[in-house]
Every structure is written in structure tokens, then in C-alpha cells.
Design a protein around this ligand. Structure first.
Ligand SMILES: [Fe+2]
Ligand SMILES: [Fe+2]
Length: 180
């Protein structure tokens, strides 16, 4: 298995979630209401799975390794663009969380902001995935030897192994804060 394989498998689950969000949005448009818990679930998926677990492997391992290579201008430019995309997705998610908080406490006008942020993610993210799957990952592979690619796959696995612990440590910490 090549190192990029688990990243591409993760892309499929992200697409599946985006499709589900899209489906939900159609329903929200008709009813003009949303269950804030649905937004919480979408946010948890985006933050913990898409951002921390998935972008984490891309940025902290693959892109970091690539910084030590002599990338073509085109590939370097694309890598920077992908990092900007990740930043954009974090900003959009932050706006979504804030709007959901206002909606939950009775500000019904926040619904359109929730919908806008979800729509933005649904529209933007598949383009990001396509850039990685079709262009950047194949290009990135050419900078690594077989051995380096295998080592990167092992690093990805180690990174993933820690994620569940990190997630639930954060849950306990938050729970402690809530109960005081
Ligand atoms: Fe990415
Ligand atoms: Fe990705």
C-alpha cells in the first residue's frame, strides 16, 4: 500500500459526510429550521476527522517531509494552496460553530449563516480533494523513494493510533469544565 492510500480512503468518507450534509441542507431549506445537534455532529466530524486526523497527516507528515525536498515551483505553489484551503475550512467551521451557538440560544436569524457555512464546505471541499487525489498526491509520490513512502505510511498509522486518545482526553477536559 502506498502512503497516499489511507489519505484517499479518508477522502471517500469525507465525501460521504458532505453528501449527507448536502442532503440535510435541502431539508433545512424547506423547513427553515435545523437541529443544533446535527450541526454539532457535522462540526465534530470536520474538526476531529477531516481537520485533525486527515489534514494533520497531510500537514504534519507529508507536507513537512516535502519541505525537505526540491519541489518544482508548480508543486510548491499547489502545496501552499492546499494549506490555504485547510485554513479556509477551519475559518468556515469556526463561523459555523459561532452561528450554531447563536441559533441555539434563540437567534433564528443565525440559520442563514449556518446554512451558508455548510454550503461553503459542501461546495469547496470536493474541489480540494480532487486537487489532492488527481494532481498533488501523484506529484508528491515522485519525490519519495519506495523506502521513504513506506516510512511515511508507518508514520500515518502511528499518528492515527494516537487520535482516539487525543479526542477523548479533550472530551473529558471539556466535560470537567462544564461540570465545574
Ligand atoms: Fe488537504
Ligand atoms: Fe486531503
Amino acid at each position: 500500500m502506498q502512503a497516499r492510500a489511507p489519505l484517499m480512503i479518508e477522502h471517500r468518507l469525507i465525501e460521504q459526510m458532505l453528501n449527507a450534509i448536502q442532503h440535510k441542507l435541502e431539508h433545512v431549506e424547506q423547513t427553515r429550521s435545523i437541529d443544533p445537534c446535527f450541526v454539532d455532529t457535522a462540526v465534530d466530524f470536520i474538526r476531529v476527522y477531516a481537520d485533525r486526523t486527515h489534514h494533520g497527516k497531510e500537514e504534519d507528515i507529508m507536507f513537512t517531509e516535502l519541505r525537505g525536498k526540491k519541489l518544482s515551483n508548480e508543486d510548491r505553489h499547489l502545496m501552499n494552496e492546499l494549506i490555504e484551503d485547510h485554513i479556509f475550512s477551519r475559518k468556515t467551521t469556526k463561523a459555523l460553530v459561532e452561528a450554531n451557538m447563536r441559533y441555539r440560544t434563540g437567534d433564528k436569524a443565525a440559520l442563514s449563516e449556518i446554512m451558508d457555512s455548510l454550503k461553503t464546505l459542501v461546495d469547496f471541499y470536493p474541489k480540494h480533494i480532487k486537487k489532492e487525489d488527481d494532481v498533488f498526491f501523484p506529484a508528491a509520490r515522485s519525490y519519495f523513494t519506495e523506502e521513504e513512502d513506506k516510512a511515511m505510511l508507518a508514520e500515518f498509522r502511528e499518528f492515527d493510533r494516537k487520535m482516539i486518545h487525543e479526542k477523548y482526553k479533550a472530551v473529558v477536559k471539556e466535560f470537567e469544565t462544564i461540570i465545574g
